[in-house]
Design a protein around this ligand. Structure first.
Ligand code: C2O
Ligand code: CU
Length: 513
């Protein structure tokens, strides 16, 4: 299917309106609904699932410290849009297939509101998962300004629910952010970058089985989904008309499994000012910006001297990063276009700040527990390959149980060929280093023999993070303070096919003894 590039303007998700707002709190209601939406003007309309019936969902804007309550409601049809593999944990035959639960990614959220995968619910809350506790979720937003996102997290169908459209932005703001004089309002734009594939009739295509299916299971989960079309904010290869001035973009890799390594054909720099969890100390000017699924980058792009020009945002990250197929320069290598065709609406007084504050590095000595957690590739009962964390499955007993208020170092020992973005709920962490090691030696002896010096995180990774790329044949070490809640959460790979198929583990924050 050939779709003309840069045919449709970039949509910008609307900001969600509250049902009521008092001095103490704000209350929202959100319905998940099936609707039809146009991904491209040459394509018939596509059935999607959206929060409030739109995809991406409406953006929730919260002020630091604001108490926000959201009643998330499932108003979806009985039948799923995509094939369900009932051999996948939590997606057994007897369960309703249209299960949903919402996770605020990057939020410090109490367990009962965190969207635990087994806290799912169906339409009208008719049936509920074993961990379901409440209909109205609470977000305290005791976090400085940052780019969060909310998305579905139902056990065994997360990959399909998010693919159907269940994802949106959630921005926390504060006075420090306002004091920085960044581009705001119409010059501040969220970009949810994803890949999708379509049938000729416009419907979304999600494979029923891998191409080399030898398992005999149909439908069967695939190892990772890679679409042939790039979509930003729900439009295929859109364009955005901009003024010759600075813009702030909240970039999110919202793909199931595809990494994006972004660059602009003008050769200009992205000035990255924030990572997953707030501002960096200083802006980092980069020509190439690598985002794994679920990672965010807060960037400023300056179009000041580019009046009349068109700039293409491109991608050159291979599939199965870093080892898979290269992008097709005509399709998956193209993301969107900026057209500097608008007149300057006012003098651009916004700045790229020289400094955004200080980030105290957590000292290694502050960590009690050091855990070594292998990311391994395995074969399931049907001969399909899949991934485990610490050789354990979702249903195995909990092994990660930090004390509230403690700090731990988690070392992800990646013994397989893919880079996996590991996400830990509740917390934010710092990346300490990555170090190559001898994988065969480790597999034979369980001993780590390093084969090279440690590598510091990229400059753009030296802020707070909630998702970390763990490259193959490297130990990736992060330092995590566990607070402010006790209770049961999850940690997992954010490649959705992996997390849905055993690359997810529960963990528990214990009350201090
Ligand atoms: Cu963005 Cu556990 O998820
Ligand atoms: Cu993974």
């Amino acid at each position: 299917m050939k779709l003309t590039k840069f045919k449709d303007p970039l949509p910008i998700p609307p900001v969600l309106k509250s049902k009521w707002r008092t001095e103490e709190y704000t209350y929202y209601e959100v319905f998940m609904q099936e609707t039809k939406q146009s991904f491209h003007s040459e394509l018939p309309k596509t059935t999607i699932w959206g929060y409030e019936g739109i995809y991406p969902g409406p953006t929730i804007e919260a002020e630091m410290g604001e108490r926000v309550f959201v009643k998330w409601m499932n108003d979806l049809p009985e039948r799923h849009l995509f094939p369900i593999d009932h051999t996948v944990h939590g997606a057994e035959k007897e369960k309703s297939t249209v299960r949903t639960v919402v996770h605020l990614h990057g939020g410090r959220t109490e367990p009962a509101s965190d969207g635990y995968p087994d806290a799912w619910f169906t339409k009208g809350f008719a049936s509920q998962g074993p961990f379901f506790e409440k209909m109205i979720y609470e977000y305290q937003n005791r976090q400085s300004s940052r780019t969060l996102w909310y998305h579905d997290h139902a056990i065994g169908v997360t990959r399909l629910n998010i693919y159907a459209g269940l994802a949106g932005f959630y921005l926390i703001r504060d006075s420090q952010e306002r004091s920085l004089n960044l581009p705001t309002s119409k010059h501040e734009i969220p970009l949810m970058i994803q890949d999708r594939s379509f049938h000729e009739d416009g419907s979304l295509f999600y494979p029923e089985q891998p191409e080399d299916n030898k398992s005999g299971i149909t439908p069967s989960i695939i190892p990772s989904f890679f679409g042939d079309t790039i979509v930003v904010n729900g439009k295929v290869w859109p364009y955005l008309e901009v003024e010759p001035r600075k813009y702030r973009f909240r970039m999110l890799n919202g793909a199931n499994a595809r990494f994006f390594r972004l660059n602009m054909d003008s050769g200009q720099l992205f000035f990255q000012i924030g990572s997953d969890s707030g501002f960096l100390e200083q802006p980092v000017g980069v020509k190439s910006l690598l985002l794994a699924p679920a990672e965010r980058a807060d960037v400023i792009i300056d179009f000041s001297n580019l009046g009349g020009k068109s700039i293409t945002l491109k991608n050159d990250a291979p599939t199965h990063f870093p080892i898979g197929d290269p992008v097709d320069p005509q399709t998956t290598g193209i993301v969107m276009q900026f057209r500097v065709t608008k007149l300057l609406s006012s003098i651009d007084t916004s700045v790229i700040p020289a400094n955004m504050g200080t980030i105290n590095r957590l000292p290694v000595q502050s960590a009690g527990q050091h855990r070594f957690l292998e990311l391994s590739e395995e074969k399931d009962l049907y001969g399909r390959s899949f991934f485990l964390l610490d050789k354990k499955k979702w249903d195995d007993p909990i092994t990660e149980n930090p004390w509230l208020g403690s700090t731990e170092i988690w070392n992800f020992v990646n013994t397989n060929g893919d880079d996996h973005p590991i996400h830990v709920h509740l917390v934010q962490f710092q990346i300490l280093l990555r170090q190559p090691f001898d994988v065969d030696h480790y597999k034979n002896t369980r001993q780590i023999k390093y084969t090279g010096p440690p590598v510091l995180p990229e400059f753009g990774e030296r802020g707070w993070k909630d998702t970390v790329k763990c490259p193959p044949s490297h130990v990736t070490s992060i330092i995590i303070p566990f607070f402010p809640f006790t209770g049961q959460y999850v940690w997992h790979c954010h490649m959705l096919e992996h997390e849905d198929y055993e690359m997810m583990r529960p963990y528990q924050v214990l009350p201090p003894s």
